[in-house]
Design a protein around this ligand. Structure first.
Ligand SMILES: [Zn+2]
Length: 168
């Protein structure tokens, strides 16, 4: 069984990317400004802010702000707020699971075709409509084997479902 923090960080990694986890682990320890985090992680300040807003959106971070007397601008001090994290993670996870299942449905709903130059993928109906010729490069469309995509989606769905059980 994974411990809940490992699980949360793995989840954050998916949600925020590598830099996001780095930021999350730094602000976990102390209150920091975006500028401080950018310096510590060597990330661009805009990327740091993006991660912070994402965390904030998911109620995983909060801030305290004070007005700088010299500039009149607000300074934001961020900190992580993982109290609600298990709940948030569960919600995110079920959204993610829905997306995976939608994608799986899409992949298994029809046969797909693709041109040699991989301009576009066509469903059977769409391929029929263009007489199996790519509208942008005029190549003949060929059957597209999406069985690997389907297998990957199924694996991921299984993994997420097993994660549920481990945390619950
Ligand atoms: Zn093409």
């Amino acid at each position: 069984m994974k411990d809940i923090n490992t699980f949360i960080f793995e989840f954050l990694e998916d949600l925020l990317g590598d830099g996001g986890v780095e930021i999350a682990s730094i602000i976990g320890k102390k209150e920091s400004t975006a500028e401080e985090l950018a310096e510590e992680t060597d990330m661009k300040i805009n990327n740091v802010r993006k991660v912070l807003y994402k965390l904030y959106d998911h109620r995983l971070a909060s801030y305290r702000r004070i007005r700088d007397k010299n500039t009149g601008w607000y300074i934001y001090f961020w900190k992580l707020d993982f109290e609600k994290a298990p709940e948030v993670v569960k919600n995110l996870e079920s959204n993610y699971l829905n997306k995976l299942e939608e994608r799986l449905k899409y992949e298994t709903s029809t046969m797909y075709f693709v041109c040699k130059n991989t301009c576009m993928r066509f469903s059977f109906a769409d391929a029929q409509e263009v007489s199996f010729k790519c509208p942008s490069c005029n190549e003949t469309l060929e059957y597209f084997d999406n069985s690997k995509i389907i297998a990957r989606l199924e694996d991921e769905i299984t993994a997420v479902n097993e994660g549920h059980e481990e945390v619950a």
